[in-house]
Design a protein around this ligand. Structure first.
Ligand code: SF4
Length: 153
């Protein structure tokens, strides 16, 4: 039987250089969950077959496009499906994902014009996880709420 984990978290929050620009956005607090054996990391865009580095992508309507106007919807959906498989395999119920990402955002995303304008919305992976009953919060919410303590968000 596969090992169970409490959380799945965005890999870039744990120091993995998987962002579009080849960098990470380390959150010590999120990484600690991995170090303690409570969480596993994943990068949906890499799972979907996108390279590092890559052109940044944004959601535009029901498609995902990169800054060169190439359609990357298929890769984003494939990545989200792989994350869902991983979540099911490890019996995970909660996710902490990077805010503003077209994959991982949970409250805000960019508006699809590549002008750094944020709108309310969620990423492709976040949407699929929520549709499957997984609770998703952002790194920003996790930092704000502090320690889990009681095991809840
Ligand atoms: S897809 Fe998610 S995990 Fe991967 S770099 Fe973007 S925000 Fe981080």
């Amino acid at each position: 039987m596969e090992k169970s984990y409490e959380y799945i978290v965005s890999a870039c929050l744990c120091g993995e250089n998987c962002r579009y620009d080849g960098k990470s956005t380390l959150s010590e607090r999120v990484k600690r969950l991995v170090d303690e054996g409570k969480a596993i990391t994943v990068c949906p865009e890499v799972e979907g077959g996108l390279p590092i580095p890559r052109h940044p992508c944004e959601i535009r309507g029901n498609r995902v496009v990169n800054s060169h106007n190439e359609d990357k919807t298929e890769e984003f959906i494939s990545g989200a499906e792989k994350v869902l498989e991983l979540v099911k395999k490890h019996n995970i119920k909660k996710a902490i994902l990077k805010e503003k990402s077209p994959s991982c955002g949970s409250s805000f995303i960019y508006d699809g014009t590549f002008s750094r304008k944020l709108i309310k919305g969620q990423g492709i992976t976040t949407k699929l996880l929520r549709e499957n009953g997984i609770e998703v919060i952002s790194d920003e919410e996790f930092d704000e709420f502090g320690e889990f303590g009681d095991g809840s968000f």
